[in-house]
Design a binder for this molecule. Structure first.
Ligand SMILES: Cc1ncc(C[n+]2csc(CCOP(=O)(O)OP(=O)(O)O)c2C)c(N)n1
Ligand SMILES: *[C@@H]1O[C@H](CO)[C@@H](O)[C@H](O)[C@H]1NC(C)=O
Ligand SMILES: [Mg+2]
Length: 982
């Protein structure tokens, strides 16, 4: 240790003994008192170490220590200890404001609530001079000049200020209408950046022009709501009254971002203020908004009931402030609050990906939230945790909370346990700017800073607009039932536009006449649009797309054809992709020995012209990539595959983090392949991938559940977006869900992907036999809301994946995928099943002995998926190959009426059985039974062979499992087994 280091450590010891904290001590080194330098210089020059240094502050000139400059300073200041302690106290005080100033900021426009749900003033915030005592300071110290540490900017160009002025400036920076919460951020540069933005004296100044623009935006925001209220006083619209400054807030964020190079902004928002955002931020034509109130919507056009709060939007226009083009879109959303968050992120990521914006400089997202929803909904947290993951980051989202301090009828104190509704954002170190929304200039200021933060650090940031809700939850609601005192206050509250206009008029920034003209001008715009809306015959839903797919449809929105080409591949292609799948395409790369064996196995299969499941998938993905289709596979542990079969990312055994994705080495002009292990989230990640799939029809986007049953934590995305998305919002989406499923004795968890749930939500009619036309199969696909398949062979899986892209339209695809079947020796396919001319088989018909003499067949068993292999084995053991035919239903929905009909007619003497390994109230039975019966015109019964009804998806006992299998196989093949069934 050098003497100065020894000094430092003993000085630290002294501070600790005086009760100073670690943070305090470290901030001391920003102190910069010149005499310390002198002190160290002397110490380094060989001044005697040891006791003389242990308590340097107690040293007196008489102490005889050979530090001349230091001692002269000490001589000039008779009470050095007090001097240093006072400086430390002032530092501590500055830090207290930085950390806790927001707790006393005046955030509530009503002045009755505490935004942090706590009315206490922190002890270390100076609200009166007697509180100086906490720091050991006195009133007489207020005029003393203190040196400012480098961790504050309140001095501006001054390096020292009187204590009184220090406190005043801290009050100005931290305790007015802006509450800055940022000291939890673990990055000094970021903290300094924020401190500079808010502490620098006089930083919140606006030009005359900025103030006028702000006023004009407030006029639009306010008068828009008033216009709707005048024209449709009995309609719900979830108005923005009480938070009108949201509109200038968003516009400021967009202006600033446009200035920083952003060309495309993707937004997601809930009900509150949505129409106003459409009208005044996105600039949707007003007549298109107004005509929605006039119930001219045609049923088929409308989708569901209160569309106007849910439909998406896309608009490209010139930003007037920056004179640059900007595309603004609002993603369609369900009622389910916050569900749209990950969807917006996924769409943003996709837009960034397609325009090569690898660092988010050109495309960004803005998410709006309600206070109750932001605190209450777990998806908010899941979405935050995607924000910095390499394959999921959108390089910073600006979050804006419309914090009206109420959720429907519930007070914040009953709606969250954290001080602020925004605390969830702290987990990702996002700065949080709380602002009193009745101060439009403060709002504009924080929004500028938020946009700059995003452009500088490419990380998330939160603007918390603390406001109120002038009306009830909607305009028909009576808030006095539940919040009487709050609403008494609200009734007295002067509107923010009026307050701001009066301020500007008093300042002389605008005249009263100019203000009134501005109002008249906008009212006229509304009236004219209203008149035009009467002319609009119907609402055109095509105006309400959040992501147009240019070139994919014909001009009137129809598919370009009604046929699907063969999904087969040339032998050469299969061999080529197989070669990549079984090799390491880079030099000097050592893979694990076990993996070498797997790759060798793949090479052998390619030689024998066969594929297993993993190789079939490789062929599907690889071929699409070669055809220029981007493929993105996301989910937990998908890179290797939960069942260790996939291995799409190879890891060098000798070099840490060195990886290789062979699928990206197919050909120089291929599309890129993205395969990414996700965070441990289903709701967030599935929502994200759905959003990704929205952006373009020319990509295959797949989400794989670790086990199929885990999809239920993403149920909201499935129920609200994937299943009804097209019907509600005229949006097609080709997302693929891979859901491992199968009864393998693994117990009630991990067994069932819940096929019954997906099938229950299919829109094909069980009781009506459709007309079978030549293009029946494609037409049926076109009409369905989603496709549900359970493939029993790798070739069929390969085809169905390729069909997703080769089809002339997009539908979500649900695939129940195998577990044990991944390695089943019989679950292999020959190249012959994948060559040009081959295609996906909706039903794989019996093609064995039974098919040769159909009249001798006594029983036709329909089944799907893995149970097929158990059935054929049992049939063989029983020697019943000639009398029992087995047909595999690979596509469950839309139901293959035509093929089921043909197959049942072929075996005219057979009775019909549906066999499944799932329990009777689960699986496919309830879906297929009525449809088979419709197909055969109820000519015969459809018998059931499978497990009994049960509450749990599977038994936890391996032996019971085997007994159950034996029982249903006996039923399936026992010729008099159905006497109990009606
Ligand atoms: C997931 C979900 N649960 C419940 C509701 C019903 N709901 C609609 S609005 C609302 C209150 C929302 O409060 P807040 O987020 O503060 O937004 P505000 O209406 O105050 O703008 C509730 C509970 C919903 N839409 N979504
Ligand atoms: C905006 O885009 C349009 C067409 O997309 C183009 O003609 C125009 O020049 C662009 N304007 C600016 C300022 O970039
Ligand atoms: Mg609220």
């Amino acid at each position: 240790l050098t003497p100065s280091q020894r000094f430092c450590s003993s000085f630290m010891g002294f501070l600790s003994s005086k009760g100073y904290s670690e943070g305090f001590k470290s901030s001391l080194w920003a102190f910069g008192v010149p005499s310390w330098d002198v002190f160290f210089r002397n110490a380094n020059a060989g001044a005697p170490p040891g006791s003389a240094y242990q308590s340097p502050l107690a040293m007196s000139p008489a102490g005889g220590v050979a530090v001349p400059q230091f001692s002269s300073m000490v001589a000039a200041q008779p009470n050095v200890e007090k001097l240093v302690e006072d400086h430390l106290a002032v530092q501590s005080l500055i830090r207290a404001y930085q950390i806790r100033g927001h707790h006393v900021a005046q955030l509530d426009p009503l002045g009755i609530m505490d935004a942090d749900l706590d009315s206490c003033v922190p002890t270390d915030i100076i609200t009166s001079s007697d509180k100086l005592g906490f720091y050991g300071l006195e009133e007489s110290d207020l005029d003393k000049v203190f040196r400012l540490p480098t961790t504050t900017f309140i001095g501006g160009s001054e390096s020292a200020l009187p204590l009184k002025e220090i406190i005043r400036r801290l009050e100005m920076a931290y305790c007015q209408h802006i509450g800055v919460e940022f000291m939890f951020i673990n990055d000094l540069e970021q903290c300094q950046w924020i401190r500079q933005k808010f502490e620098t004296p006089g930083v919140m100044q606006f030009t005359l022009e900025e103030k006028r623009t702000l006023l004009a935006r407030m006029v639009r925001s306010t008068r828009f709501e008033e216009f709707l209220q005048r024209k449709w006083s009995s309609e719900k619209r979830f108005g923005l009254e009480g938070c009108e400054s949201l509109i200038p807030a968003l516009k400021t964020i967009i202006d600033k971002s446009s200035e920083n190079g952003v060309e495309n902004v993707i937004m997601g928002m809930p009900h509150r203020g949505r129409l106003n955002v459409l009208a005044n931020v996105i600039r949707k034509e007003l007549e298109q908004i107004f005509c929605q109130f006039d119930s001219k919507l045609e049923a088929a056009d409308e989708g569901s009931g209160d569309v106007k709060y849910h439909l998406g939007m896309y608009h490209r226009r010139i930003n007037r402030v920056t004179d640059r083009n900007i595309t603004l879109s609002l993603v369609a959303n369900p009622s389910h609050l916050e569900a749209v968050d990950p969807v917006v992120q996924g769409k943003t990521k996709a837009e960034q990906f397609y325009c090569g914006d690898s660092d988010g400089k050109r495309v960004m997202s803005i998410l709006l939230h309600g206070d109750a929803a932001f605190a209450g909904q777990g998806i908010v947290y899941e979405t935050f945790h995607l924000s910095d993951l390499p394959s999921y980051t959108t390089h910073g989202t600006v979050h804006v909370v419309v914090n009206n301090q109420i959720g429907f009828t519930t007070d914040p104190r009953m709606a969250r346990s954290s001080p602020y509704p925004t605390d969830v954002a702290r987990v990702v170190n996002a700065p949080i700017f709380h602002v009193n929304a009745d101060d439009p200039e403060a709002v504009m200021y924080v929004c500028n800073v938020a946009a700059e933060w995003r452009a500088t650090f490419h990380k998330d940031v939160v603007v918390d607009l603390v406001c109120y809700r002038r009306m009830g939850h909607n305009e028909m609601d009576e808030p006095m039932f539940t919040q009487p005192l709050m609403y008494k206050q609200i009734k007295k509250q002067k509107g923010v536009l009026l307050k701001y206009a009066e301020k500007l008029i008093a300042e002389g920034a605008v005249s009263r006449q100019e203000y009134e003209e501005e109002i008249a001008k906008y009212d006229k715009i509304c009236e004219e649009a209203y008149a035009r809306s009467k002319d609009e015959k119907i609402l055109h839903i095509k105006h309400w797309l959040d992501s147009p797919w240019p070139g994919f449809f014909t001009l009137d929105g129809q598919p370009k054809s009604m046929s699907c080409p063969s999904t087969g591949l040339t032998e050469e292609n299969l061999t080529h992709i197989g070669g990549i799948a079984s090799s390491v395409p880079v030099e000097d790369f050592t893979i694990h020995g076990g993996l070498s064996r797997i790759l060798k196995g793949r090479a052998d299969m390619v030689k024998k012209r066969t594929v297993d499941w993993a190789l079939g998938e490789y062929m599907a993905f690889g071929s699409l990539l070669k055809e220029g289709i981007h493929v993105r596979l996301s989910g937990q542990d998908v890179e290797r595959g939960t069942f260790s079969h996939r291995h799409h990312v190879l890891h060098d055994q000798n070099v840490d983090k060195r990886t290789c994705i062979p699928m990206n080495h197919l050909s120089p002009d291929q599309a890129p392949y993205t395969v990414c292990n996700s965070s441990l989230s289903e709701y967030g990640v599935l929502g994200f991938e759905l959003g990704f799939a929205m952006a373009s029809p020319n990509a295959l986007v797949l989400w794989e559940a670790q086990f199929g049953d885990f999809h239920n934590t993403a149920q909201c995305i499935i129920d609200q977006f994937i299943c009804p998305g097209q019907a509600k919002w005229v949006r097609q989406n080709g997302i693929v869900l891979l859901l491992p499923h199968g009864m393998e004795g693994m117990g009630p968890e991990h067994s069932s992907a819940r096929p019954e749930r997906f099938l229950q939500m299919c829109n094909d009619d069980p009781d009506v036999m459709p007309t079978i036309t030549e293009d029946f199969a494609v037409r049926q696909l076109y009409d369905c809301n989603w496709i549900v398949v359970n493939c029993s062979s790798p070739a069929n899986y390969f085809h169905v994946i390729r069909r997703q892209i080769l089809a002339p339209f997009r539908k979500p695809l649900i695939v129940f995928t195998p577990k044990s079947l991944l390695r089943h020796p019989e679950a292999r396919s020959s190249f012959d099943e994948m060559l040009p001319g081959t295609h996906f088989q909706r039903v794989i018909l019996e093609d064995g002995v039974a098919a040769e003499r159909p009249e001798e067949v006594k029983r036709l068993i329909f089944c799907t998926g893995k149970v097929y292999y158990e059935l054929t084995k049992e049939r063989k053991n029983r020697g019943m190959e000639g009398t029992v035919a087995i047909a595999r239903m690979e596509q469950l929905s839309p139901f293959p009426f035509d093929l089921v009909k043909a197959e049942s007619e072929r075996y005219a003497n057979a009775d019909l059985v549906w066999c499944q390994e799932e329990h009777k109230n689960q699986g496919y039975y309830d879906y297929v039974k009525p449809r088979i019966r419709t197909t055969i015109q109820r000519a015969k019964p459809v018998w059931y062979a499978g497990r009994d009804p049960a509450a749990a998806p599977a038994t936890g006992n391996k032996n019971t499992h085997l007994v159950e299998v034996r029982r249903f196989l006996d039923t399936a093949f026992g010729l008099d087994a159905f006497k109990d069934q009606q």
